[in-house]
Design a protein around this ligand. Structure first.
Ligand SMILES: Cc1cc2nc3c(=O)[nH]c(=O)nc-3n(C[C@H](O)[C@H](O)[C@H](O)COP(=O)(O)OP(=O)(O)OC[C@H]3O[C@@H](n4cnc5c(N)ncnc54)[C@H](O)[C@@H]3O)c2cc1C
Length: 121
């Protein structure tokens, strides 16, 4: 049987709220466990808001660069490097994923896998 650990609070999911709630609990003196079954950060950071907006920003820049000539700005031929765009997107996603929990006073445990929880009666 695996060892048992007791917590005052358990946060399930590391999306928007899951990034800040454990810190708030820890600051209030609670021992916290943070549980995530998928990628840290949830949808917004990994496949939603953040990656789409970085790619939209790249597309907008390409569009503006191509229109430069209309505004009297000549910057030569424009090309789109999808590999570089994905690399840039990934660097932004990874930056957002650095949760910095310890720096914010979180001293709980981060559990990254399916597990089981029991409630003490
Ligand atoms: C392409 C795209 C673009 C988007 N753009 C925007 C935008 O610009 N602005 C905006 O406001 N919203 C945007 N959204 C929506 C936004 O991403 C979601 O509304 C938001 O992420 C939902 O947050 P959530 O916490 O409800 O769920 P999630 O982000 O899915 O987080 C839930 C987390 O909990 C974990 N989890 C769930 N159940 C368990 C369990 N039993 N055990 C362990 N872990 C568990 C999951 O693995 C997940 O990490 C976009 C979405 C998509 C798909």
């Amino acid at each position: 049987m695996p060892p048992t650990t007791n917590y005052n609070a358990i946060v399930i999911g590391t999306s928007q709220g899951g990034r800040f709630l454990p810190i708030a609990f820890a600051k209030a003196g609670c021992k916290v466990a943070l549980i995530e079954r998928g990628p840290m950060g949830g949808t917004c950071v990994n496949s939603g808001c953040t990656p789409t907006k970085t790619m939209v920003a790249s597309a907008r820049l390409a569009y503006q660069a191509k229109r430069g000539v209309d505004y009297g700005i000549h910057i030569g031929p424009i090309s789109v490097d999808m590999q570089a765009i994905r690399k840039w997107k990934q660097s932004i996603v990874e930056g957002a994923l650095r949760l910095k929990l310890n720096k914010n006073g979180y001293r709980g445990r981060c559990i990254l896998s399916p597990g089981s929880l029991t409630r003490r009666r």
